[in-house]
Design a protein around this ligand. Structure first.
Ligand SMILES: [Zn+2]
Length: 274
């Protein structure tokens, strides 16, 4: 009996520690944080990708906390341009893929909290199910059915003056399985098309699935990007300064509660990961 109680307590403590990483040392707030989001929307019952859906209520609570704690918002390009003179508590919010809820659910909250963000757009994003490009068994069509930003909606985001548009390739390619010439085209063409559409310089890139190698970093630079974000979990140091084409991000999961978010802002990552 006692043995089971002890075992149960150990299991619960282990789960709690892994989830909240409370033991992780706080990373100095002088080091900027880059947060990674996908959708801001209510969860769909039984859906596979609810981890990518941060509810509007959670998103608002996160923005309110950031504002209350004195974090200042930057786009990724602004963050890099001002890297040497960034104030303590600098944060960049990023959204991958180009979901319609970024306009309908996220933008009103960004406005309410005077925040800014970078959205990494897949140019050819409609009816496309990129989850299958990584793992064939992901073929449920869920992400294909998820509404994406129309070109007109993209314009409204740009017109808000608080959104930087970055590229996430033409078709959300898997860089590991794509020929070099095709990579070149995906990187350069997506940049050119998004610049034409937005009238803004497009200088930031997000590696689809976070999959990339050395060659891809060089190709991104060659295509004219000055910053690129990965899905490497963590916080880059102000000094020594990181490779701006391999910036780390803090994953914000739709399954996290507020405590998990705060711990992630403190320590950069979840669980036991190095
Ligand atoms: Zn993506």
């Amino acid at each position: 009996m006692t043995l089971w109680l002890v075992l149960g307590a150990v299991l619960i403590a282990g789960w709690f520690s892994n989830r909240y990483a409370w033991w992780r040392r706080q990373v100095d707030p002088r080091h900027p944080r880059v947060l990674m989001y996908h959708m801001v929307s209510p969860h769909r019952p039984g859906a596979k990708f609810n981890g990518l859906r941060v509810t509007p209520e959670h998103f608002e609570a996160q923005l309110a906390w950031l504002q209350r704690e004195g974090w200042q918002f930057f786009t990724v390009s602004e963050l890099w341009e001002q890297w040497d003179t960034l104030p303590a508590k600098s944060v960049a919010l990023t959204f991958d893929d180009g979901y319609a809820d970024n306009l309908h659910n996220a933008l009103p909250l960004l406005e309410k909290y005077d925040a800014r963000a970078t959205i990494y757009m897949v140019v050819d994003r409609h009816e496309r199910d990129w989850s299958t490009a990584k793992k064939a068994h992901h073929n449920t069509g869920e992400l294909a059915r998820e509404p994406k930003l129309s070109d007109e909606e993209l314009q409204r985001l740009v017109a808000s003056g608080r959104i930087e548009i970055g590229s996430h390739t033409l078709t959300h390619i898997n860089l590991r399985t794509t020929a070099t010439d095709d990579k070149r085209r995906e990187l350069a063409e997506s940049r050119r098309l998004l610049q034409a559409q937005t009238g803004q310089a497009v200088t930031s890139f997000a590696y689809p699935f976070g999959i990339y190698g050395e060659e891809d970093v060089a190709l991104a630079r060659e295509a004219g990007y000055t910053t690129a974000v990965t899905t490497l979990d963590g916080i880059d140091t102000r000094t020594p300064c990181p490779d701006p084409l391999q910036l780390k991000r803090i994953k914000v999961s739709g399954k996290d509660n507020m405590l998990a978010f705060v711990m992630r802002m403190r320590g950069g990552k979840r669980g036991w990961k190095k």
